[in-house]
Design a protein around this ligand. Sequence first.
Ligand code: FES
Length: 143
Amino acid sequence: MALYSEKVMDHFTHPRNVGVIENADGIGEVGNAKCGDIMKIYLKIENEIIVDVKFETFGCGSAIASSSMATEMIKGKSIHEALQLSNRAVAEALDGLPAHKLHCSVLAEEAIKNALKDYYDRNNIPYDKKLFPDCANCAHCHE
Ligand code: FES
């Protein structure tokens, strides 16, 4: 069996939603201390709907494919739905990632959550702190 699914290869070679949103309503940036990969997500939000999303990822193919798939999965969705997006859902949508590459999909989940947190903070919208565990201390990226 090939190491990477066709979907991973497709999103890696033809990533969707690459770029920057000027005047974004929320920006999230996360990095993985171990591999050094960095992911940045930009959100445009209107009436609690993610009307546009772009990403810049400096990282491995799985991180790029995960960013591409994750942005496709939250585009047009409400911010509440986007908050539910898990790295497992992103990996499943990609027809799986090798075990040692699952952390790449975690970056996508966390970058989106960070961008949503940024949106809440900018607009002084109260939120449950448990929704946004402190990335630096979270076991996810530092496994
Ligand atoms: Fe680190 Fe993929 S190897 S995000």
